[in-house]
Structures are given as C-alpha cells and as structure tokens.
Ligand binder design. Structure first.
Ligand SMILES: Cc1ncc(COP(=O)(O)O)c(C=O)c1O
Length: 461
C-alpha cells in the first residue's frame, strides 16, 4: 500500500469521526501489519499527517489525532504570510512550522485543568506546575535549577525591563551591553538613569580585556549578553569566552544577564550556557518562548539568585500581577506531553539547514567589499555594506527588487552607530527562496555601487 493511501484512509476516518481528536493512532508496527505495508511507509504517512498538523507525536508514547475545530486558523495565518516579496525582515518564528493545532489542543486542556483558578488571581512567580516542567526542560539546556528559583514572565522583555529597574545586591549603577544589541534593549536603556557602556561583538567574540576594564573601573551593576545566536549578528560565544566572562563577573562583583532567547535551537550539547559555569550566583538566566514558539504567547522565564528574588517579585506584581494563566497552563501541557521536545527537534533541523544554505548563498552572491556574519542556526545574521552605501537606502532599493531587509542602525548605542549594516532573519523565508533572495541582494548592492560610481547606462531603442 502506498503512503498516500494510508494518509487518505486516516483522513477519512477523522472526517467520519471514527478517529476523534486526542485518539492514539496505532503504533507503526501495528499499522504496518494492518495496512499490509512496510514500517517505512507508515512512518512516511504519519510524517505527512504531522506536517499537515492533523496528528502530533509524543516521544516514547506515540501519535495522536490533533484537534481541528477552527479550520480557518491555519489557512488564514498561512495565507496572510503568503509572500510576493522575499521577507528577510520579519523576525517572528517560521509560520509554516508553528504547531498551532497542537497548541490549540494544549489550550483546551489548560482551560479544563485551570477552570477554577481562572476566577482568582494566581501566583506572581508563575504556576508551580509549569515551573516544575520548566525546571525539567532547562536541564536539557544544562541549566540546573529548582522550580523555586524560576520566575515566569510576560515575555523575556519583561524580565529585562524589571531587572534594569531594580537595585542590585552589588549596589552598583551602570550597565554594559553588547554592540549591536536588539531593539527592545536599546529602547529600554534609553531612559536609564545610570551610564550605559557598549562593547563590540565581533567575529571571534569580544575584547575581554576591555570587558575586564569596564567591570573593574565603571561601577557595573550588570553585563547583558546574548550568549547564543545573538540578535542581530547571529554570533555565539565560545565556552572559553563564557567561562572567562563568568570568572570576571565573580572577580569584580558584577552580575551577568544571560539572554538565551534561542538556546533551544542549539543542537550541540557541548555548548554550555554561562549559567552552567556560575558557582557564585551572579548569572541571571533569561529565556524566551517567542522565537521557538509563538511571540503572541508572551511567555518567558528568569532564573534568579537569592538576592534578587524578593525585589523582582515585588516589581512583577506592580507590573502585571502575574502572567496570563491560560497561556501558562497551555505551555505546561505542551512541555509535559513531550510535544515541545518534538517541536524543538524539528525547529533545530529547519534552522540548521537554513543557516547552511544562507552561508553558501552569501559566499556565492555577495559582491567584494561586503562582509557578513555567520551562524550555525538561529534566525539572524548581518551584512556590512561596502562604503558609501547606507542601510536605509539599500533596504528601500531592495524592496523595489522584491526583497525586504532590516536596516540595523537603530540596534547600536549612539557612539557605536553604523549606517551601513542590514540585518537578515531567515525565519520567514522558505529554503528554496534563500538563494534567490541573497542573489537579489547581491545584485541590488552591485547596482547601487555602479550608480554611485557614476556609470551611466544608456537605454537602447
Ligand atoms: C535577544 C532578544 N531577547 C529578548 C527579546 C524579547 O523577546 P520576548 O519578550 O518576546 O520574549 C528579543 C525580541 O526580539 C530578542 O531579540
């Protein structure tokens, strides 16, 4: 039997109600026996149904029929994402790979599970059962922490905002951030009362001697770093650099906010977060669910040292009492069922492949004089344009050629500002469009350089 026939058969059973949402499908071995085909054929059929979000896999358990009450959801989201331009600007997660159906199932389950709790306010720290699941999940990222130290926040931006506003146990005032840094952090720091120092994040890392000098001489409260798949460069620190930074933090009594917003996408278990090197409680680990799941969830977490817990809890209560119960509950179900782990496995593969294709396309199509950053996964990289091109003019020109990119000048503190850098996110771009997109960017840059150098084109005819 062909795999398409099995797909058809199972879809018919779902349509007729023989198979209900939540029902477990036959194991691969049983199905191969029943359909009289090889196990590989069943695996292919189940894979296809999973891709269409009609079933979902739970590791070590099996395959289940997904809920499908609102057939419009998938259609409208994908339709609205339909691209007539190649969009390297939009930095939300890959729409086509998002587990709407599975998550819908989790939301339904959460409404049932927390029906009574919805009538009252709940813990500002976050649901204890969710924190238990988060603590288990964090172990996979080499972050070993009890649930008591985990604080659920309304997006990791909230953790950054609350921490920036809090007095720290070291009694210091100033902040050090990598340059460039994501727009949310730039905006947050604009009104900061202390001084903000930047440190350049280059290929191969950062100048650790300068970092040490800042820590030693500048009354630094915390150093904010995105340890993997940095936004916008895509760079990740090496284990050696992470260790050294943690050691400097201990030596000079500085806290580190380690923003591991895309840590889930790192498939290499040898890459440790800074948190894993921190015996002194100076690393605050922050994580987002916006890049690997859905930004609309507005969920993130912070793992806090003792000296900050009370102040943070108070600030969180003032900000929004607690993060929404329903999405917390749904994330709990998603983690507990193993769906999150399966989803992460798929995401890792998608972004790893895209990173390889992107780097190949950069090498092939960008003109000399153009530099680009590299990453082995994640969403972001940057292109440094040849002088005298400016990012905004290039972005406008490329839009006319059907490609959207993000001018990156606002991702720098004023004294680090560069006018010739664009950021690319691969999250919305299908694999097959990566190379044509980069080719169009390369051609667009060449075209602008020719125009700039005054070469005149004469129209024939
Ligand atoms: C590096 C980094 N950290 C944190 C955030 C904030 O994410 P959220 O508040 O959606 O969790 C962003 C948003 O893009 C980001 O790029």
């Amino acid at each position: 039997m062909l795999y398409e026939a099995i797909v058809e058969e199972l879809l018919n059973e779902m349509k007729s109600g023989q198979l209900q949402p939540g029902d477990k499908l036959q194991s691969i071995r049983e199905a191969a026996h029943v359909f009289g085909c090889s196990r590989n054929t069943v695996i292919r059929a189940y894979g296809e149904l999973e891709r269409r979000h009609r079933i979902y896999a739970v590791p070590q358990s099996g395959y289940y029929v997904a809920h499908r009450n609102h057939s419009s959801i998938e259609g409208t989201r994908i339709e609205s994402a339909a691209q007539d331009i190649i969009d390297f600007e939009w930095a939300g997660p890959d729409r086509s790979a998002m587990p709407y159906r599975d998550f819908q199932h989790c939301l339904n389950e959460a409404i049932e599970r927390y029906r009574e709790d919805m009538f009252t306010y709940s813990s500002g720290q976050g649901l204890s059962s969710l924190r238990f699941q988060l603590s288990r999940h964090l172990r996979d990222l080499q972050v070993f922490t009890p649930p008591e130290r985990i604080y659920v926040v309304t997006g990791s931006q909230q953790a950054l905002s609350l921490l920036t506003g809090l007095p720290f146990p070291n009694g210091k005032q100033n902040i050090v951030v990598e340059q460039p840094v994501h727009a949310g952090m730039v905006a947050l720091l604009q009104g900061y009362i202390g001084e903000v120092f930047g440190i350049s994040y280059e290929e191969g890392g950062m100048d650790l001697e300068r970092l040490e000098a800042l820590f030693r001489d500048r009354d630094v409260k915390f150093f904010y770093t995105v340890s993997r798949f940095h936004n916008p460069t895509g760079y990740s620190h090496t284990n050696e650099a992470r260790k050294k930074m943690v050691e400097l933090a201990r030596q000079y009594d500085v806290y580190i906010i380690e923003d591991d917003y895309m840590g889930d996408l790192d498939g290499d278990p040898k890459n440790d977060p800074m948190f894993a090197y921190d015996p002194s409680g100076r690393v605050i680990y922050v994580k987002s669910f916006s890049k690997v799941m859905l930004p609309g969830l507005r969920l993130g977490l912070a793992v806090l040292p003792d000296g900050l817990r009370e102040g943070f809890q108070r600030a969180k209560a003032v900000a929004d009492v607690h993060s929404p119960l329903l999405t917390q509950g749904a994330l709990e179900v998603y983690l507990e069922s193993g769906m999150f782990a399966a989803h992460i496995g798929r995401m890792r593969e998608i972004y790893r492949r895209k990173a390889v294709l992107l780097q190949e396309a950069y090498r092939k199509h960008l003109p000399p004089g153009t530099a680009h950053t590299g990453s082995y996964s994640g969403f972001y990289t940057t292109i440094e344009l040849p002088a005298p091109l400016r990012a905004q003019a290039v972005a406008d020109h490329l839009l006319g050629r059907g490609v959207r990119v993000h001018p990156a000048q606002h991702l720098f503190l004023p004294e680090f500002r560069k006018e010739g850098v664009i950021r690319l996110s691969v999250s919305q771009v299908e694999e097959g469009l990566l190379e044509p997109g980069i080719q169009a960017i390369g051609d667009g840059i060449r075209e602008l350089l020719r125009l700039r150098s005054g070469v005149k084109f004469v129209k024939r005819g």
